[in-house]
Design a protein around this ligand. Structure first.
Ligand code: ADP
Length: 230
């Protein structure tokens, strides 16, 4: 048995190019994420962090290599199985909150649970619990436009965790916030991840935030170069 939650093995990805030819973004990127580990994925903009996260999160497919989640090979699954797997096992947080504007904060956390087969009562209870954990117990009835940027992002964390996934993937999760709010909201995310025992891979180009995680992985020339513990 293994306590590896996510394993990426030799991931390659190229985009068909414009005049300059194809862009080879990933050239054999490999990494492993253990149960409960929070790992920073660090690289400059354009290095392929989002591409790697989308492949790990089953939102995109690699040209070569393997994606293994909890010991199960994801690489050749059909679309329906990938969607079900993603919904149940993977939480995704983006730089922008992507909350549904016409729904309240609580509804944004309830809806993915209904899609995953939860009862409305159980989903509402879990949404209330998650929102309270990030300090938004009094904001459940607000729509995204009525929340601050930091609050919107905290709701997005709750939505990502709504179905109690095994794995959290975050792409510059505080990148849209001012430095002070970013610092604080990142702390909320770390507390939430630690409390739930989730494994998380968090892309950032903020080295201070990266230093607060268990390990830093650097993406360089399409491969992972380990930088060791901060
Ligand atoms: P990062 O997240 O590190 O900023 P990305 O994964 O977004 O990097 O992008 C890596 C490279 O791949 C960039 O050069 C980008 O222009 C290119 N790229 C990303 N998505 C596409 C796409 N759909 N088609 C063509 N090129 C793309």
């Amino acid at each position: 048995m293994t306590d590896t939650v996510l394993s990426l093995e030799g991931i390659e990805k190229r985009y068909p190019g414009g005049p300059a030819g194809a862009v080879e973004v990933l050239r054999g990127a490999s990494l492993r994420l253990r149960q409960g580990e929070v790992v920073a994925l660090v690289a400059p903009s354009g290095a392929g962090k989002s591409t790697l996260l989308h492949i790990a999160g089953l939102l995109d497919t690699a040209d070569a290599g393997r994606v293994v989640i909890d010991g199960a090979e994801m690489t050749r699954l059909g679309d329906a199985t990938r969607t079900a797997m993603r919904r149940a096992q993977i939480g995704f947080v983006y730089q922008f909150h992507h909350l549904l504007p016409e729904f309240t904060a609580a509804e944004n956390v309830i809806l993915p649970q209904l899609a995953n087969g939860a009862s409305r009562k159980a989903a509402a209870a879990r949404a209330a619990d998650l929102l309270a954990r990030v300090g938004l117990q009094n904001r459940g009835g607000h729509r995204p436009a009525q929340l601050s940027g930091g609050e919107q992002q905290r709701v997005a964390f709750c939505r990502a965790l709504a179905n109690a996934p095994r794995l959290l993937l975050a792409d510059e999760p505080t990148g849209n916030l001012d430095p002070q709010t970013s610092d604080q909201v990142f702390g909320v995310l770390m507390d939430l991840v630690r409390e739930t025992g989730l494994s998380a891979l968090i892309a950032t180009h903020n080295l201070e935030l990266a230093a607060r995680m268990d390990r830093i992985l650097r993406l360089d020339a399409g491969k992972i170069a380990t930088a060791g513990a901060p």
